[in-house]
Design a binder for this molecule. Structure first.
Ligand SMILES: [Zn+2]
Length: 472
C-alpha cells in the first residue's frame, strides 16, 4: 500500500512538471562525491593495508572464541587499532554470552572393521562419558529423514546425517545444508539417540571437520554432537555399504562454561553535515577456535579497518557519520548483533544503512541493497560506480550480512557487497582457516568496493531508510 501511494504521488508530480524537464539527467549523487569515490577505489587498489590488519589480528590474538580470554584480548586489539587510526567515539559495549569450551575429540569405527575418523565437536555440544560412547550407527540422507524417524527408534544408537553441501559462488549451498547442524542434535535427541554425527557442512575433500553452532529447544536433553570431515563421512559410507552392522566409538569432552562477558567494539568518523545519521560498516571480531579466523572473519575486520583508514585520509569527513562496528559473539548465535540493536534501539531510525563484510577475503562480485523506493536511483548510480571493479547487480534483496539482521528487522536499510564464495566453504569453521588463504590483492579490491560504497551512502542526498518491515 505504501509503495502504491508513493508511485501515485510521483506520477502526479511528473504530470505537474510536464515530462521531459523532469530531472531525468540530473546526477543523483553530487559529482564531487563521485570523484572522491573513484579516488578511494584507486587508493585501496594501490594497497589498502587490510592484509596487515588481518595478519596482526591472527598473529597477536589468534582464534577468538566468544567469551574466551582471547576474545577479550581481541577487544583491546580493536580499541588500539581504532585509536591508531584517529577515530572518535570509541566504545567497548559489553554483553553476556553462554560460554563453551572444546575438549578432547576422538572417533573411530569399531565394527565391522576398525578405522580412525577425524571429528570436531559442534558448538555447545555436551560431553560424552570420559570413556566415550560406543554404539551402532543409523544413517540418514537429510535432516528431514532424521525428523521422520519413528519415536524411540534411535534409542541407544548414534545418528549420522550425511547431507552434502553444494559448491556455489554465492555460498547458496550453505543455507540448504546448515539446518542439519543447527537442528540435527535436537532432532536426534528427541528420537532417543545417544549422540549425533553429521557430515561436515563444507565443500572441501580434506580431513578438517567443520564446526559451528547448534541449538536446542528448552526442555530437550542435549546429546554429544560432532562433525566428521568429508573424506571420513565418505569412508563411513563405504563401510556401511559392506552391509554389516557398523558401530562407532565417540569421545568428546567439551563443556559449558557458564555466563561469560563479551563485547562489541565501535568507533566513528563524525559526519560533517548530518552527524546524527549513521552509516554502519561491520564485521565480526570473534571466530571459532580451530583455525585463526583469518577468513571468518579476520578478513572482514581488515576490510572495516582499511575502510576507516581510507575515509580518515580524505580531505573532508563524510556528510553522515560512519560507524565502524566489530561485533562480538557472531558465531554462537549473533549475540553481539542482538545486543547492538537493543543498545542502539533509539537511534536505529537514524541509521542510513548497514552493511557487513563476513564472507571471506574477496573479491566483491555483486552489489544489491534493500532501501526505500525513493533511494533506489541512488543505489543504481552507486552500482555504476562499483562496476569498474568487476561488480554486477546481485539477485534479490540484500540482507546486509548476519550481524546486520537484527537492525534490518527494525526497518534499517541494508546493502550487500557479495564476496566471491567459491572456495569459502573449503575452510569455513575449520582448523584450515588460516592467513595463507587470504590474498592481499583480492582483499584490496574488497576494500575498494566497501569503502567507496560507504562513502557514497554517507554522501547520498536521499535517506536510504526506513525500509518497510514487511519487505524483508
Ligand atoms: Zn563469519
Amino acid at each position: 500500500m505504501k509503495r502504491f501511494g508513493f508511485l501515485l504521488a510521483t506520477g502526479v508530480a511528473l504530470l505537474a512538471l510536464g515530462g521531459p524537464a523532469f530531472a531525468a539527467d540530473a546526477p543523483v549523487l553530487p559529482p564531487a562525491a563521485v570523484k572522491t569515490a573513484t579516488d578511494i577505489q584507486g587508493k585501496a587498489l594501490a594497497g589498502s593495508g587490510a592484509f596487515g590488519f588481518v595478519e596482526s589480528l591472527t598473529v597477536r590474538v589468534g582464534p577468538r572464541l566468544a567469551g574466551s580470554p582471547a576474545a577479550k584480548l581481541s577487544h583491546q586489539w580493536a580499541e588500539a587499532r581504532f585509536k591508531e587510526l584517529g577515530l572518535t567515539n570509541i566504545k567497548v559495549e559489553p554483553f553476556t554470552v553462554d560460554g563453551w569450551e572444546r575438549g578432547l575429540e576422538m572417533a573411530s569405527i569399531t565394527k565391522p572393521v576398525a578405522h580412525h575418523l577425524h571429528v570436531n565437536a559442534l558448538g555447545h555440544s555436551v560431553t560424552t562419558p570420559p570413556e566415550g560412547i560406543e554404539a551402532p550407527i543409523v544413517r540418514f540422507d537429510t535432516l528431514e529423514d532424521l525428523e521422520a524417524a519413528p519415536e524411540g527408534s534411535l534409542k541407544g544408537k548414534i545418528a549420522f546425517v550425511d547431507k552434502k553441501m553444494s559448491r556455489l559462488q554465492d555460498g547458496g549451498g550453505y543455507g540448504e545444508a546448515v539446518g542439519v547442524r543447527g537442528k540435527g542434535p535436537e532432532a536426534a535427541a528427541r528420537k532417543g539417540a545417544v549422540a549425533l554425527l553429521i557430515r561436515s557442512i563444507g565443500t572441501d575433500s580434506h580431513r578438517f571437520p567443520h564446526t559451528g553452532i547448534t541449538r536446542y529447544a528448552e526442555g530437550v536433553t542435549a546429546i554429544p554432537a560432532g562433525a566428521l570431515s568429508n573424506p571420513d563421512a565418505d569412508q563411513l559410507n563405504r563401510v556401511l555399504a559392506l552391509g554389516q552392522p557398523v558401530s562407532i566409538k565417540l569421545v568428546l569432552s567439551s563443556q559449558a562454561m557458564g555466563t561469560l562477558n563479551d563485547a562489541n567494539v565501535l568507533a566513528e568518523i563524525k559526519g560533517r553535515e548530518l552527524p546524527d545519521e549513521i552509516v554502519v560498516i561491520g564485521a565480526h571480531l570473534d571466530s571459532w577456535d580451530l583455525g585463526t579466523g583469518a577468513l571468518d572473519d579476520g578478513a572482514g575486520v581488515g576490510i572495516v579497518l582499511a575502510t576507516a583508514k581510507i575515509l580518515k585520509s580524505l580531505p573532508q569527513a563524510p556528510r553522515r557519520t560512519v560507524r565502524f562496528v566489530l561485533f562480538g559473539a557472531e558465531e554462537v548465535g549473533l549475540v553481539g548483533a542482538e545486543a547492538y540493536a537493543k543498545q542502539h534501539a533509539a537511534e536505529l531510525p537514524k541509521h542510513q544503512v548497514g552493511t557487513e563484510a563476513d564472507f571471506g577475503a574477496g573479491p566483491v562480485i555483486t552489489f544489491n541493497a534493500n532501501v526505500r523506493p525513493e533511494a533506489k536511483p541512488v543505489i543504481t548510480a552507486i552500482g555504476k560506480i562499483l562496476a569498474p571493479l568487476g561488480i554486477v547487480p546481485g539477485r534479490g534483496p540484500s540482507s546486509g550480512g548476519p550481524d546486520i539482521g537484527p537492525m534490518t528487522a527494525e526497518g534499517v536499510a541494508s546493502a550487500g557487497l557479495g564476496l566471491d564464495g567459491t572456495d569459502y566453504f573449503d575452510y569455513h569453521h575449520t582448523a584450515d582457516d588460516t592467513l595463507d588463504k587470504v590474498d592481499p590483492k583480492k582483499l584490496d579490491q574488497a576494500v575498494a568496493a566497501y569503502a567507496s560504497f560507504v562513502w557514497l551512502a554517507a554522501e547520498s542526498p536521499v535517506a536510504f531508510g526506513p525500509v518497510d518491515k514487511k519487505d524483508h
